[in-house]
Design a binder for this molecule. Structure first.
Ligand code: ARG
Length: 609
């Protein structure tokens, strides 16, 4: 009934397409199109006619799935559509008639109503059919891109700090998102195993190392040496530049020997590397994080000569009076110039970064590059991108926000012992706190593998606390929040999943195909749950487009709350078969959606706690 009011057909000219809120599951969205440039768009009488126009269309454009709060009714402001009509691809009759779809034009709006029973049926069918792909299937990429996500990237001779933890967690999720829609993802850990800090640590080792301590806890001992030698520097130079410290100069000297290939230094360097890597790998395993390529900064030290050569050749390189080579930056006032080579000819962090990414570009032929690094390195990445752009690397023309995936700082992370030094202490403490709360809970059933379960839940708590807000916001770490049993935490989500699993296996009935959906949508808590599940594909797509994991985390928390409400008001056990079946179907689907969210977030959903 588009033209009952003449206003509608006349008001379709020349305006941008805009959408009001909306509401359907992703499957239905894929049937809805905005039809652009319909010929003779005046005088459309009903949907049959719209369909005829659809067939004559010049151009059909799928709608953007940009849905913030769906409901089973959605509204399109047709006065905003330029030469457009709304149609359903090839199935208007079906939508308007038999399945109970209603389309009503009302003062400039076209309201399309999806009946509740059909809405519920379609959502649940879709989840059952897509299983672990529910959510990601609708965002499948139309062209496979080669994407490199670089994350974690700690420094070998310095402690792994909480910024590296954030990078590890966020980079892992972004890689999962991109892989889930079919892209080819290189997960790179760019190890900072080169630089002056290494000279200082070597000096610390020769001055103070205690072999026994090094053997029993090398992570702690290396850290102590790092602290001691830096204290020496500080006490010598005071407020003046560290260059004035003899210790610092000695450290630089050792590093220069390493750069020149001194055998003794190489052995020391390798020892520190091996010890640190062994420790890092233990942590990655606990966090459930993996990489396809571990690339070390040191391996690009030799290749920096090519970079310098290319920059000279393209006329980008300039030298100052001290012989330092640099590239002029447009925003030099705020971020300084981009130094490429020191006066003694040795390379810098930026130079090695350029060498490494040019190499990756050659090997992987990248369409996109995402560096997941804290926002403190913004200036570094602006310089890097500027230079790569000048060297005609294709993706370097993109905005810096697509390349440098920045994140905020974490404040107040500390253990019972005091300030946090090692990530392993945070994970250990999360585990022991989780085990304490589990033991205090009467319903806890695991005992033989409580350590393993405690560790998985502990990791879930740390990860979800980290991912729950916008990645660029700073956040204050809180154990109480991270381990809150009642809401919005890792332990809350794991319990919700495990409870569903035990209910599904212990309710005395199993799911058949014959479910009366009317028994679902007439129950408010079940309907709300289904309704929320229908949103997942859109939430997934938001997270993917914005590279923002918090969309999924917030969605997951709400999902678990709705499950808990439905769980307490809609028991399955002891109910008449038809009711039990209907509820079981909803719970089965919701367990699937919880698991899908968790897996994308890099978490292991537990079946039994
Ligand atoms: N290792 C560096 C640090 O800890 C981070 C490396 C980030 N990645 C890069 N390609 N620059 O500060």
């Amino acid at each position: 009934e588009l033209t009952n009011s003449p206003r509608h057909s006349h008001s379709l000219a020349g305006k941008a397409v805009a959408w009001d809120s909306s509401a359907m599951n992703a499957h239905l969205w894929s049937h809805l199109y905005i039809v652009k440039s319909v010929q003779g768009s005046k005088g459309v009488k009903n949907f049959k006619q719209v369909e005829n126009y659809v067939q004559k269309l010049v151009q059909v454009q799928p709608l953007k799935k940009n849905v913030s709060s769906p409901s089973s009714q959605f509204t399109i402001d047709i006065s905003q559509l330029s030469n457009c009509f709304v149609g359903f691809s090839g199935s208007i009759e079906k939508l308007d008639g038999k399945d109970g779809f209603q389309a009503i034009a009302d003062s400039g709006w076209l309201n399309i109503k999806v009946p509740n029973d059909m809405f519920v049926k379609r959502v649940l069918e879709e989840i059952r059919a897509a299983t672990s792909h529910y959510g990601s299937a609708d965002s499948k990429c139309s062209r496979v891109e080669n994407i490199c996500v670089e994350y974690s990237s700690p420094n070998i001779a310095k402690p792994f700090h909480v910024g590296h933890l954030r990078s590890t967690i966020i980079g892992n999720v972004l890689s999962n998102l991109l892989e889930a829609v079919g892209h080819s993802v290189k997960r790179v850990n760019f190890l900072g195993d080169w630089g002056t800090q290494f000279g200082l640590l070597s000096l610390g080792l020769t001055r103070y190392a205690d072999l026994e301590k090094l053997k029993s806890d090398h992570l702690l001992e290396l850290y102590n040496l790092y602290v001691k030698i830096n204290q020496d520097v500080k006490s010598e130079c005071g407020e003046a530049s560290e260059m004035t410290s003899e210790t610092y100069q000695e450290g630089l000297g050792l590093f220069a020997r390493l750069e020149k290939g001194d055998e003794g230094m190489k052995i020391l360097w390798k020892m520190v590397n091996d010890l640190s890597l062994a420790e890092l790998n233990k942590m990655y395993k606990r966090l459930g994080v993996h990489f396809t390529d571990v690339i070390s900064e040191s391996s690009y030290q030799q290749k920096t000569a090519d970079v310098i050569y290319r920059l000279q050749n393209s006329g980008l390189m300039q030298y100052d009076d001290h012989g330092v080579g640099y590239v002029q930056m447009p925003e030099e006032k705020t971020i300084g110039r981009a130094s490429i080579v020191k006066s003694d000819g040795s390379s810098l962090y930026l130079t090695r970064d350029i060498a490494s990414v040019l190499d990756r570009q050659d090997i992987f032929n990248l369409d996109r590059m995402h560096y997941v690094v804290d926002q403190g390195q913004r200036g570094h990445f602006i310089k890097l991108l500027h230079i790569l752009n000048k060297l005609s690397v294709p993706w370097a023309a993109q905005s810096i926000n697509n390349v440098h995936i920045k994140f905020g700082r974490v404040k107040g992370m500390s253990t019972r012992q005091g300030k946090v030094v090692f990530l392993r202490d945070v994970l250990d403490e999360a585990k022991s706190r989780v085990i304490e709360s589990m033991k205090a809970k009467s319903t806890t059933r695991v005992n033989e593998n409580i350590e393993e379960i405690g560790d998985i839940i502990g990791v879930t708590c740390i990860v979800l606390q980290d991912l729950k807000s916008h990645r660029s916001s700073d956040y204050t770490f809180s154990w109480d929040r991270a381990l809150n049993m009642k809401a919005d935490s890792g332990i809350f989500v794991q319990y919700c999943h495990a409870r569903l699993c035990s209910m599904l296996s212990g309710c005395g009935t199993s799911l058949t195909d014959d479910v009366d959906v009317n028994l679902i949508h007439n129950d408010k808590s079940l309907y709300n749950l289904v309704h929320h599940m229908a949103r997942y594909p859109d939430v997934f797509s938001q997270a993917l487009i914005k590279l923002e994991p918090h969309h999924i985390v917030q969605y997951l928390f709400k999902l678990c709350h709705l499950i808990n409400v439905a769980y307490s008001t809609c028991p399955v056990k002891g109910q008449p078969v038809d009711i039990a079946q209907a509820r079981l179907l909803v719970f089965d689907c919701s367990r699937q959606v919880v698991a899908n969210c968790m897996k994308i977030l890099g978490l292991q959903p537990l079946e039994k706690i």
